[in-house]
Design a protein around this ligand. Sequence first.
Ligand SMILES: [Zn+2]
Length: 234
Amino acid sequence: MIKYLDDVEEIAAYWIGRHFPRPSIALGNETHEKYCSLCGQTNDEISLCTCASRSFAWSRVIRLGAYEPPLSTCVIRGKYSKWYEVLELIGKRLGNRVRGCVPPNAVVVPVPMPYLRRWLRGINHSAVLAKYVAQSAGLQRRNPLLRKETSPQAGMSASERSRLKVSTIYPFPWVNLRGKPIVLVDDVLTTGRTLEVAAKALHSIGASTITVAVAAVTNYEESPKKVISASFTH
Ligand SMILES: [Zn+2]
């Protein structure tokens, strides 16, 4: 059966001109490595995590896996090659992990993308992920945040990223999330600065707790640029 489907897909890809495999094949099986629930780093000894001295704008991180292939390749193809279906699968799997970990009145919120970048890229990956996280976790979804145009962070060093200004992300003036637990969704957690800035904006409009849900977490020691070029095979 699988062989038959592969053949059909091969023929369809030839005629349509698309060469993406099925998302479930590209993404592989789900991994279940242990990770720190505050910083998201892979860690077997949670009680000994090096993040113990850091303070966080969120109370928990839920992730699918570490930022390494095949997950990293799927995230990159999802956002830069507009591979919607793989983002859908990543969002659904992430939503399954979120389900039951947050109160039923929690609201799913994507990290916002500046309009110009969204238009140039043709896909708002965080919004696509958030849609399917909300759907498979059985939660409502809102887009209460806006983001100013700044240069993209991919390729920046960790210290450049950490300078992202708090004023970059701000809420729509009429939005109120008083007392609502929030599930804040993004594709990759690197330094955590973007999520921190978004979390502050959500707290400013009344969010009670913030759970960060990300597809992948990079090793903080690695340069983001190196990680991306190493896994960008498309
Ligand atoms: Zn940690």
